[in-house]
Design a protein around this ligand. Structure first.
Ligand code: PEP
Ligand code: CO
Length: 452
């Protein structure tokens, strides 16, 4: 194989960069990027390396990855209760998955930096007025005026700071008794008492509590680490100069680390092997993800796995497939075979959200719980049939009581969507739907444990 050309944090600028905003004040942009490059990193290389090891375990079938959070975080939602409720639902889901799957679960939050969004259209027209599309709070503002839609470089700095505030609170919660298994009741959300899933969830929490008490009181073993949970962060690494500004060398380790999040991923729209995103990602040491979908050909996938993981390093590359319930059966098996035969080893995880989005007759963007579950069920079946491992899930969800996706145990209907639709971009599972989804996945994993 020919030697890969030299890489540097800025070598992506020689390639076509899709989905980048167009700023009209480059001096401000440069000042902001220099400031971000000077500020302390958000995560450490120690944590990044640790996550890579966990992903390698998931790749080998010994661990499961739960990746979840908002489609697009908003600056306005950077408040204590909203962040805590996102952590609560992730903790509850992971407890259910640990119990069902009988293996450790790595929690990765689409939080503390998930602020930049790719858009299918560069502009949006309303009542004859055309303006640039909203690209996430890191880039511009959602309101429909020329001033609000103009990309503003100062938002990059605000985004970095909001990410730091979010992460600070998440870290405090997850390193204190709050996140500990001794008190799973702390994770309950006040409005969720009447949730259809709450009985089943509490039985699981109670069983785990009993085992802990047995261990501690009868066997005399104090599980010290049980009050601390690991939580990793991830976001789509879309805005390349923002990511570059947080790409650092660290003492006593080789290479460059993106220290804005533990796990950045390449979105489906920017995953072309010749593009700037792949160029940037190939040189960083982090474990990384790539979204793959209906347009991904076997040839492209082999090239991506080779460029992004030339040393065949375990834990380095996660492929996040998102086909939709109707296409996955046809599209996924050939890609699994191709990667096995010609590519480097990967972790496969399923994003059952992005291939199942549709507009209602009233033009509301939504997803059906049943389609999401169907895609997940098929993903488990297909990987098992191909002798491969589905090592995780990637879900858009929130701890809030929103009404953005249809269905679930409470049977949300199209007419209910207007009650509490808050997402600025894609529809998320609400608290009850997310917990129910975790229960369904756990049951599926438990069947595999029993029969496997
Ligand atoms: C997303 O994860 O919000 C997203 C835009 O996904 P994809 O790149 O898979 O379309
Ligand atoms: Co989304």
């Amino acid at each position: 194989m020919p030697e890969a050309p030299a890489w540097s944090p800025g070598s992506w600028t020689s390639r076509p960069a899709l989905q980048q905003p167009c700023y009209d004040n480059p001096a401000d942009l440069d000042a902001v990027l220099a400031e971000i490059a000077r500020l302390p990193p958000l995560v450490t290389s120690w944590e990044v390396v640790d996550l890579k090891r966990q992903i390698a375990e998931a790749q080998a079938g010994r661990r499961f990855l739960l990746q979840g959070g908002d489609c697009a975080e908003s600056f306005a939602d950077c408040d204590g209760p909203t962040i805590a409720s996102k952590l609560k639902i992730l903790l509850q889901m992971s407890l259910v998955l640990v119990q069902g799957g009988r293996k450790p679960v790595t929690r990765m939050a689409r939080l503390a930096g998930q602020y930049a969004k790719p858009r299918s259209e560069d502009s949006e027209t309303r009542d004859g007025v055309t303006l640039p599309s909203y690209r996430g709070d890191l880039i511009n503002r959602p309101g429909f005026s020329a001033a609000e839609r103009q990309p503003d470089p100062w938002l990059l700095l605000r985004g970095y700071e909001r990410a730091a505030l979010t992460l600070n609170f998440l870290r405090s919660l997850s390193k204190s008794g709050f996140a500990g298994l001794h008190h799973p009741e702390y994770w309950d959300l006040s409005f969720a008492g009447h949730s259809p899933q709450s009985g089943a969830y509490h039985r699981i929490a109670e069983t785990i509590g009993e085992s802990l008490r047995f261990m501690e009181n009868v066997l005399g073993v104090r599980a010290a680490e049980i009050d601390v949970v690991d939580l990793y962060t991830c976001h789509e690494g879309l805005h390349l100069s923002y990511e570059q500004a947080q790409t650092r060398r660290v003492p006593r380790r080789e290479g460059w680390f993106n220290l804005s999040a533990h796990f950045p991923w390449i979105g489906m729209r920017t995953a072309g092997p010749g593009g700037a995103h792949v160029e940037y990602f190939r040189g960083i040491e982090n474990p990384i993800g790539v979204k793959i979908g209906p347009a991904t050909t076997p040839g492209t996938l082999v090239e991506l796995t080779r460029v992004l993981n030339p040393a065949n390093e375990a834990g380095r590359l996660t492929l996040i497939h998102r086909f939709g319930a109707r296409l996955i059966g046809e599209a996924l098996p050939p890609l699994i075979r191709t990667v096995r035969e010609h590519g480097a080893p990967v972790l496969w995880i399923a994003d059952p959200m992005h291939g199942n989005t549709f507009l209602t007759a009233e033009g509301v963007k939504t997803r059906r719980f049943a389609d999401i579950l169907e895609e997940l069920e098929q993903a488990f079946e297909i990987h098992a049939a191909e002798g491969s491992v589905l090592g995780g899930v990637h879900i858009e969800l929130t701890g809030e009581n929103v009404t953005e996706c249809i269905g679930g145990a409470r049977g949300l209907a199209e007419g209910d969507l207007k009650l509490a639709y808050r997402s600025g971009v894609d529809p998320r599972l609400n608290y009850e739907q997310a917990l129910e989804m975790a229960m369904c996945i756990a049951q599926r994993m438990n069947r595999a444990v029993r029969t496997g």
